[in-house]
Design a protein around this ligand. Structure first.
Ligand code: ADP
Ligand code: MG
Length: 203
């Protein structure tokens, strides 16, 4: 089994994040927790590339629709439809427009528990209700499902982050060629991972 520190995840600064000058803010938050940036590029994605990205996991459509319906119910609101796939098809259409509307910054971050740590720092999907203050989505976005659904667009929440280790593996392969992700050593990784720190005293 690979060591914990080998885990990788995909982060995308979405077009709203780029336009609002938040690229550095996003990078800072992942860098300071101790993760290592092993791939980065700016690109403009096609709507087809975005649809493929979100449907790499065949269960995503249903899961996203169910999550949205539950979020409406939790607020005491009526969901746009009772059918998760109907709810999701509007979301997917909105995502294709949103994520191909301008440049995005794609990154691969590596480190122990990278997938879960990055999700925790990114925050929940919906800025209004599920993204806590202190997270990227909670600190830098105010969108809601009800507002984005009325306006027939995807919820703007600044970043994408892979939801699981297997999703991360598939998504990294979808956005990066093998040579674009770089294996290298950071000198200060020893402080985070070395089983014995030894002594820092003396010259
Ligand atoms: P996450 O990005 O947190 O993994 P999902 O994979 O469920 O969340 O959804 C992908 C993206 O689709 C979200 O980040 C958000 O931009 C958008 N989105 C999700 N649900 C809705 C919805 N009900 N209406 C509009 N946009 C949505
Ligand atoms: Mg997701």
């Amino acid at each position: 089994m690979a060591h914990f520190k080998e885990e990788r995840t995909l982060v995308i600064v979405k077009p709203d994040g780029v336009q609002r000058g938040l690229i550095g803010e996003v990078i800072k938050r992942f860098e300071r927790v101790g993760l290592k940036l092993v791939g980065a590029k700016m690109m403009v994605a096609s709507p087809e590339h975005i649809e493929q990205h979100y449907t790499l996991d065949p269960n995503w459509r249903r899961a996203n629709g169910e999550k949205t319906i539950k979020a409406y119910r939790d607020k005491g609101l009526t969901p746009p439809s009772e059918d998760p796939l109907v709810v999701n098809s509007a979301t997917l259409n909105g995502l294709k427009v949103y994520l191909s509307s301008g440049p995005v910054v794609c990154m691969v971050w590596q480190g122990a528990h990278a997938v879960q740590i990055v999700r925790k720092i990114a925050g929940g999907t919906e800025p209004l209700a599920s993204a806590d203050i202190g997270t990227i989505r909670g600190d830098f976005a105010l969108d809601s499902y009800q507002m984005s659904d009325v306006d027939k667009r995807a919820t703007r929440n600044v970043v994408h982050a892979s939801g699981s280790v297997s999703e991360a593996t598939d998504e990294i392969a979808h956005w990066f060629k093998p040579g674009e992700v770089i294996s290298y050593r950071l000198l200060n990784e020893a402080i985070i991972y070395a089983p014995e720190l030894g002594s820092f005293l003396g010259d």
